[in-house]
Design a binder for this molecule. Sequence first.
Ligand code: SF4
Ligand code: SF4
Ligand code: SF4
Length: 275
Amino acid sequence: MEKMKRFFPPMLILIIFETVAITLWQTKDNPFYLFNFSYIGMSIALGMVLFINKYKHARRVVQLLVGLYMLVYLGLICQENMQIEGFWYYLFTGVFEAATIHYAIAKIFGPLVFGRGWCGYACWTAMVLDFLPYKIPAQPRKKIGWIRYITFAASLIFVAALFLAHVGNLERIMFWAFIIGNIAYYLVGIILAYAFKDNRAFCKYICPVTVFLKPMSYFALFRVKCDKEKCISCGKCKRICPMNVDVTDNSRKRENGTECILCMECAKNCPKGAL
Ligand code: SF4
Ligand code: SF4
Ligand code: SF4
């Protein structure tokens, strides 16, 4: 029974995703949603099972399964712009589909439950950046996080301008915006990673999506917590955290608390099993 209990969380995730899949399939009369959310739910549940079985690369497996699916299948083959400009585009057209559903679940309301799980397990930008050599930041955090508000505003202004100017063939423009946007994200992400010796520099300073993710994940239900009885204040968790989170502070105001991507590196490396 104790062994079975360990598998409740992946089963719960699977049930949640299947519920979303079936509800959207039925309400929108589109079997794509059944396939889409079942696939993502199964990928995450598989990753959790691998994690429970202490497989070292469990998170990377989920990241590749979900990230490649979204980038290659949804983005390149189905030509859905799932980036932030795609979200604005579908929002302005009043269509609750594709990018709007994706944003609502993964990046706006979902983080109230699973924080920035998207950033740790599904983002196709970070999927590539996490292959770079600076998994542990080699330099202190810079105070340039304000750049994210500029990229956020730029994405909004770009799409608003297309609508205001009544530009035609917006679907095609959105597809090319997805291609060019992704190339730009990868280039900037890789250059910053090497410049700052930090794989996640792009996430910390540039990514516009964090304007949604950070405030919502402040209230996240799932958080890594520290057992103060066991902790010996060795500081290892903070040293190895890719996002510089002070995970020993259990308050919601913990340093860089809204940056936690739930990668669990801190828990894996804590010598006392305090996390
Ligand atoms: S911060 Fe942005 S680029 Fe980084 S993982 Fe999250 S969504 Fe992806
Ligand atoms: S690694 Fe573990 S023991 Fe060390 S400070 Fe972090 S929680 Fe405490
Ligand atoms: S190492 Fe721990 S605190 Fe840091 S991002 Fe990963 S799960 Fe969050």
